[in-house]
Design a binder for this molecule. Structure first.
Ligand SMILES: Cc1cc2nc3c(=O)[nH]c(=O)nc-3n(C[C@H](O)[C@H](O)[C@H](O)COP(=O)(O)OP(=O)(O)OC[C@H]3O[C@@H](n4cnc5c(N)ncnc54)[C@H](O)[C@@H]3O)c2cc1C
Length: 386
């Protein structure tokens, strides 16, 4: 086993998250998936265990950790259920703009409640006509006296309807292209702010994915984060910091699937012996284990680099998101294969893991987009070396 030299605090966080996964998430996951119920009870247990504010500084009531501590907990929860772990992780994505670019007043107003798990957060970028092309955002925010008036619709927002605090990208100057977007905080019960239907999904079914609908929704002008025109910059920085969390979901899911496949193959007898004694099965398990460990090693080193204070980690963040989530998909498919027909049955957790794994290659920027990000950074680096 690789020694990742975790500190005592990090071991404590991992073990606490592991305990919640084993005692609360794993026993409930099939039912949560089947009934498509939002896992608020489990999120409340995470909050009582002080895990909601892992990445929030102590002065705002958090644990004072970084991306690494957040990823450790996310990895553990993801061994159990991605629907639960994304509901946890979306809080970091939603509060990231406030944490990184908010004013002191905004931080003091929102972060302590998010750290305590009294309020949940969500991030609203995507729209029906603006997915990979985030520059196509059409939601508008018009300044009217001391208020901004928001109009438009955000689509597929994780924690939509469940979260209390939303960070939302809207256009403040349509003549300025990507420099015409701004970032706002919108609170749940603001008049003119409502939610569309809960989406029916292939996987992560217990997570809430809904539209955010703004109809002449008036918010105080103090809810602008940073300055007008900073919306895309804040979005990109927020995604850079958050993508290792998606990688952590991938590593956790892959490990959970591998562990289940190993356990099953020790028990399943064919040809008078456990199938784990068959070399073809061992080779599959060996590839799954090797890829999972490689993804974890990359994740931990990227998360540690970010926490060490490096300024530009766009490329590394994209690399680990795409690598770890492609691994998760492959490992989940192979884990089902190791179980044969049983793997296909809903009685066992691997078919759910395979359905859940697919979203990891899609959200927070598809893996094609991540390859584009890595590729364009390589081009820039090559030009600057000339
Ligand atoms: C369950 C779920 C939860 C989500 N949660 C959130 C959330 O909390 N907040 C939020 O803002 N958004 C959220 N999203 C949106 C998600 O980030 C987008 O779905 C994703 O970025 C892709 O956009 P799209 O679905 O519109 O695909 P499209 O952009 O339409 O892409 C379709 C296909 O074309 C490819 N493609 C498009 N452009 C390029 C390109 N330039 N180069 C190469 N390939 C390209 C894509 O890779 C993909 O294969 C969520 C989505 C889902 C499904």
């Amino acid at each position: 086993m690789i020694d990742y030299a975790l500190t005592d605090d990090q071991v404590m966080i991992r073990d606490l998250a592991r305990k919640i996964t084993e005692e609360k998430i794993i026993p409930a996951r099939a039912e949560l998936d089947e009934q498509e119920v939002f896992p608020s009870d489990i999120l409340n247990i995470m909050a009582q265990s002080d895990l909601m504010g892992l990445y929030i500084p102590e002065e705002y009531g958090g644990f004072g950790g970084g991306v690494f501590e957040f990823c450790l907990a996310t990895e553990e929860f993801s061994k159990g259920c991605i629907g639960v772990s994304v509901s946890f992780a979306a809080n970091a994505l939603g509060s990231g703009p406030i944490l990184m670019f908010g004013s002191e007043e905004q931080k003091k107003k929102y972060l302590p409640d998010i750290a305590a798990g009294k309020k949940w957060a969500a991030f609203g970028l995507t729209e029906p006509n603006a997915g990979s092309d985030a520059g196509g955002v059409q939601t508008t925010a018009v300044l009217d006296g001391n208020e901004y008036v928001l109009n438009g619709t955000k689509q597929w927002i994780t924690n939509g309807g469940e979260a209390d605090v939303y960070t939302v990208v809207a256009i403040t100057d349509k003549n300025k292209g990507s420099r015409g977007a701004s970032m706002f905080i919108v609170e749940k019960d603001t008049p003119g702010f409502s939610f569309g239907k809960k989406e029916k999904k292939m996987g992560i079914r217990c997570s809430a994915t809904r539209e955010l609908i703004f109809e002449d929704c008036r918010i105080p002008k103090e809810n602008l984060i940073g300055k007008e025109g900073m919306g895309f910059l804040i979005t990109m920085k927020n995604l850079d910091k958050s993508r290792p969390g998606i990688a952590a979901q991938g590593v956790g899911l892959a490990q959970g699937a591998l562990d289940y496949a190993v356990k099953y193959s020790k028990e399943r007898q064919q040809f008078g012996k456990p199938i784990i004694a068959i070399q073809a099965v061992q080779f599959m398990l060996a590839d799954m284990a090797t890829q999972t460990e490689a993804a974890r090693a990359l994740l931990y080193s990227v998360a540690r680099s970010i926490d060490s204070g490096i300024k530009d980690y766009t490329k590394e963040s994209a690399m680990v998101k795409l690598f770890a989530t492609d691994v998760a998909m492959r490992v989940a498919v192979d884990a089902v294969q190791v179980m044969g027909g049983y793997g296909y049955m809903r009685e066992y957790p691997l078919e759910k893991m395979m359905r859940d794994a697919k979203i990891l290659q899609i959200y927070e920027g598809t893996n094609q987009i991540q390859r584009g990000v890595v590729g364009s950074k390589l081009v820039k680096e090559a030009i600057s070396r000339k």
